[in-house]
Design a protein around this ligand. Structure first.
Ligand code: GCU
Length: 669
């Protein structure tokens, strides 16, 4: 039967190589598990399901291995040398006394170890001398769903919401469990179920019951549920006269509400807050600060283990300002003033999930505040569910950037994992790309972005290529040539997309729904919601001067970082137009003028989509036919749209550059 993509990377199809299969079968004759916690039960069930599929045999479970050999033993509560290098959620897998031991300090560690073992089998690794030890580097690894109570998803491109609010709490869609399994297989341990543009309705008793039902499905998979909160809820829901965070009645309202939430969900994860951002209410409406707002919620959360995640995505309508600088300006004065329960969640870049951004300067500027990072899996600015963009390189490029906050080697990753400044609360969030589409993500290849996010949140040292290999092997095919074609597509896809959308450091050539090229867009109630605000094309050149002669946003970075970018003659090309207004005729490091370089990128990247199509065709014999056809159609659309982007940009910019399209490219008509 056709593969509809529902099973994601947890496919467990029967291994075709009989030798490999029998080798695994010899090591998996039984599963021994002592203890019966719900999480351990999830681990055992998953192992049974996986082995049943991969090997085609039903593997019995036993309460203990006794003197038996040739089985898998799940062990909670390790000590001595086995506990070395393990944190609370880590696992160790070793071959010992003829058995494969999957060990963890906690049952959730064993669950993660179980998924890791299955991954070994799915990707055809030998388990004869297996010896794996791994602990997550970041504590809170979570998805942020921008799902609304009416079933729509803000910036969702894979159907409606997964959560069927009208059916909950009585009806539990079996899909919730599969969602939990998929997340647990990656180590994702939190989910914010509703949109940051939050509806107060989520905090009503009616909805809390529904959320509690979801939490009940997530709990056996080690996943905690969080809620986005509407800051003005005391007024709109509680009937108070104000939502001022320093007002005693308001504080009491949140304290009571938080206690009420815990009656429904005792292990509630915490709050996520978008305040005073894009029209959302917040403490500034009452002359208060982000600290006042966040610390008020932290006080309400005090009796409980949960956290308060306060977003730093803020900017103001300021015609003379530079939106790039807004979050830094608003947040750095508060460094060290947030309650220990608060984590400030910062988008990877200073603007808004653009195809390529420099890292946010906040990462190098708040040493006394735990900062979490927020990536966007849903492809709001990356071609929705049509264009192929594998995002692992987006995550890695940011995490590997050096902030120099405490000297060389102060990477964003080390800020986020807490090792640089010694934070104990650490967080990586991804705005989910899941929806009600049967294959979860619309474009089947976009599943790789969910996968890559989870793997990197667990271990940011994994490479984009290694993650791509795992995902392709588990999800699409294990035929080596086909794997290498698809891997090549994934790894080049982001650069191809950037080069026809926003090359050399351009940003936001769109307005409206964030899909179509509109570099000419210059009308809006807010200047920073036009396209021309960002690219600044004129008769002299192109790009936003953020050096000392311009907005001086570069001053928000450490001198070492600034030096990499401040000189137009040696600023790396991916960031050039982010920081400089460059003359059309200026010769770049490639030997071409700016104009010729732009044209070269627009044309070669649009052509490269043809290459993506060819690679996909080469992999075809090893792919499921339905899935093949689905993606082939999307790639064909992508090719047409890449040309559309190319031509829109070239024709628009040509009005300023007043230059011909260089040979051998053809002038668009
Ligand atoms: C983007 C996006 C909005 C979203 C916002 C946010 O601007 O377009 O839909 O609400 O980010 O992250 O809060």
């Amino acid at each position: 039967f056709a593969d509809d993509g529902y099973r994601l990377w947890l496919k467990y199809d029967r291994l075709t190589d009989a030798t490999v299969r029998s080798g695994y079968a010899r090591s998996a004759q039984f599963i021994a598990v002592s203890g019966s916690s719900p999480v351990l039960k999830s681990a055992t069930n998953e192992l049974q399901l996986g082995l049943q599929g991969l090997l085609g045999t039903t593997v019995p479970t036993l309460p203990s291995a006794g003197t038996r050999q040739g089985g898998i033993v799940l062990t909670v509560g390790v000590s001595g040398a086995d506990a070395n290098e393990l944190n609370e959620e880590g696992y160790r897998i070793v071959k010992r006394q003829g058995n494969i031991l999957v060990m963890g300090k906690t049952d959730v560690g064993v669950l993660y170890g179980t998924f890791a073992l299955l991954r070994q089998l799915q990707t055809g690794q030998s388990v004869d001398a297996i010896n794996l030890v791994s602990s997550p580097k970041v504590k809170l690894r979570m998805l942020n769903h921008w799902d609304n109570p009416n079933g729509t998803i803000e910036r969702g491109y894979a159907g409606g919401s997964l959560w069927k609010w009208s059916e909950l709490p009585e009806t539990i869609d079996p899909r919730y469990k599969d969602y939990a399994r998929a997340n647990a297989s990656l180590g994702i341990n939190g989910t914010v179920v509703n949109n940051v543009n939050a509806s107060a309705r989520m905090l009503t008793g009616e909805y809390l019951q529904k959320v509690a039902a979801l939490a009940g499905v997530m709990r056996p998979y080690g996943i905690k549920v969080y809620l986005s909160v509407y800051f003005a809820a005391p007024k709109t829901l509680g009937g108070l006269k104000t939502s001022d965070p320093l007002d005693p009645e308001v504080r009491k309202w949140w304290t009571d509400k938080t206690a009420e939430i815990h009656r429904y969900i005792p292990d509630f994860g915490g709050f996520l807050v978008k305040a005073n951002s894009e029209g959302e209410p917040g403490p500034q409406d009452y002359g208060r600060t982000h600290v006042d707002g966040a610390n008020m919620l932290a006080a309400a959360m005090k009796p409980f283990p949960g956290v308060v995640i306060w977003r730093a995505f803020v900017y103001k309508a300021d015609p003379t300002g530079d939106r790039f600088k807004a979050a830094y300006e608003e947040f750095t004065p508060f460094d060290g003033q947030f309650d220990p329960k608060v984590i400030v969640q910062v988008k990877n870049g200073p603007i808004d999930f653009q195809p390529r951004e420099p890292f946010s300067p906040l990462f190098g500027a708040m040493p006394k505040t735990p900062l979490g990072i927020e990536f966007q899996l849903t492809q709001e600015y990356l071609g929705f569910a049509t264009h192929l963009v594998y995002e692992a390189p987006v995550f890695k490029e940011c995490l590997e950037s050096d902030t120099y906050a405490a000297g060389k080697g102060s990477t964003v990753a080390r800020v986020i994992d807490g090792s640089l400044h010694g934070y104990s609360q650490t967080l990586m969030a991804g705005v989910a790309n899941t929806g009600s589409d049967r294959n979860w993500t619309g474009n089947p290849l976009a599943q790789a972005n969910w996968y890559a996010f989870g793997r990197i949140a667990w271990d940011h040292t994994l490479t984009s290529a290694a993650i791509a290999d795992e995902w392709v092997n588990m999800t699409l095919t294990r035929q080596p040539q086909a794997v290498s074609h698809v891997r090549a597509m994934l790894l080049r896809s982001r650069d191809i997309y950037v080069d026809y959308n926003a090359p050399i450091g351009l940003s936001r050539p769109w307005t409206g729904v964030h899909f179509a090229p509109e570099p000419w867009q210059n009308k809006s109630p807010r200047p920073d919601w036009t396209a021309v605000y960002y690219h600044r094309a004129d008769s002299v050149g192109l790009g936003f001067d953020r050096t000392a002669t311009g907005s001086n946003a570069l001053a928000q970075y450490r001198p070492e970082v600034r030096r990499q970018w401040e000189n137009v003659d040696n600023c790396p090309l991916p960031y050039l137009l982010w920081f400089h207004h460059v003359p059309w005729t200026k010769q770049l490091s490639t030997g071409r003028t700016l104009w010729d370089e732009l044209c070269t990128r627009f044309y070669t990247s649009a052509d490269s989509v043809r290459w993506l199509q060819q690679e996909w065709t080469l992999a075809k014999p090893a792919l499921d036919p339905v899935l093949y056809t689905d993606v082939a159609g999307r790639l064909a659309t992508q090719h047409r749209e890449a040309i559309w982007w190319r031509d829109a940009w070239v024709l628009y910019l040509q009005e300023f550059a007043k230059k011909p399209v260089p040979k051998p490219f053809k002038q668009p008509e």
